[in-house]
Design a protein around this ligand. Structure first.
Ligand code: SF4
Ligand code: SF4
Length: 149
């Protein structure tokens, strides 16, 4: 089922080579239960061992622990060491609902992401579908009307 999307204009985006800025922004990296299982398999750990080492579990959310230096354990040698299985929020950035649905926020995000405003146009339907995937991945962050609290 499609979720509501308020994107008002086609957006332009192309991820820039050798850029890791979104991995260095202050904040938490949230992951889904599926992300946890996939990442654990990728680094040859059991989900339980991976969770103990790298993850903090809240009631409705999981996030990576932060290393002492930097923002993410998996940012290594100038790239994501778990790129093929990186969490949904990493994979779907910058098409997050709060950016896709707010043109001022999207334009403002250019300061964080040099790929915004570059490359081919991304049609509204595509941007909305990606934003909807974000909402499905993190339902507690994006509660829908009528969803349980
Ligand atoms: S900040 Fe933007 S351009 Fe840079 S790696 Fe992240 S998504 Fe790509
Ligand atoms: S998991 Fe990978 S893509 Fe996500 S913040 Fe960490 S290094 Fe960056």
């Amino acid at each position: 089922m499609g979720l509501q999307c308020g994107a008002v204009a086609p957006l332009r985006f192309a991820c820039q080579p050798n850029c890791t800025r979104c991995c260095e922004v202050k904040g938490y990296v949230y992951l889904t239960e599926d992300d946890l299982v996939r990442a654990a398999k990728f680094v040859n750990m059991t989900p339980a061992a991976f969770e103990t080492k790298y993850v903090i579990r809240y009631r409705h959310l999981l996030r990576f622990r932060k290393p002492r230096a930097g923002q993410c354990h998996f940012l290594q040698n100038g790239g994501c060491s778990i790129h093929p299985v990186k969490p949904a929020q990493c994979r779907l950035y910058p098409f997050w609902p709060e950016l896709v649905e707010n043109s001022i926020a999207w334009i403002g995000e250019e300061h964080e992401c040099p790929g915004i405003g570059k490359g081919d146009l991304v049609q509204i339907g595509t941007a909305c579908e990606i934003a909807s995937e974000m909402k499905r991945a993190y339902p507690s962050m994006y509660p829908q009307p009528g969803s349980p609290k």
